[in-house]
Design a protein around this ligand. Structure first.
Ligand code: THU
Length: 132
């Protein structure tokens, strides 16, 4: 695992921006791209995919988490998501829960206010430990 200060957030943000270009967002016109690294160094990406039944729309993080499992599993270590302008945005509440499940409390996120840990953006989270 790369030390926090050495991590290439610029490259991960570029991967998220590239993913946002594949977004299917004909209803909100709000493209989102997400990118993360897994603990083996793999890079996962996702884009939002909306639906005529609005509530069925998938956030970019859903595709990313599915790709994590499809390509070998493991744990997320670093995450960023961006809008269609390539600007960093915050993951929605539901997606923070998805990220917590798949990255744990120590997952690092590049946020609108700098690099933060998962347990700063979703404090006192309900998680896998609660079901032990
Ligand atoms: N969206 C994401 O893909 N991820 C987030 O974390 C925030 C919201 C998408 C969902 C919807 O397609 C659009 O952004 C507007 O809410």
């Amino acid at each position: 695992v790369v030390a926090a200060e050495d991590f290439d957030w610029e490259a991960l943000t570029a991967a998220a921006a590239e993913a946002s270009r594949h977004a299917y967002a004909p209803y909100s016109h709000f493209a989102v791209g997400a990118a993360a690294t897994a603990d083996d160094g793999r890079v996962l990406t996702g884009c939002n995919v909306e639906n005529a039944a609005y509530g069925v729309g998938l956030c970019a993080e859903c595709g990313l988490v599915s790709q994590l499992h499809l390509t070998g599993g493991g744990k997320l270590t670093h995450f960023v998501c961006v809008n269609g302008e390539g600007e960093v945005i915050m993951p929605c509440g539901r997606c923070r829960q998805l990220l917590h499940e798949n990255g744990g409390p120590g997952l690092l996120l590049l946020t609108v206010s700098g690099v933060k840990r998962m347990d700063e953006v979703l404090p006192d989270a309900f998680g896998p430990d609660d079901l032990d």
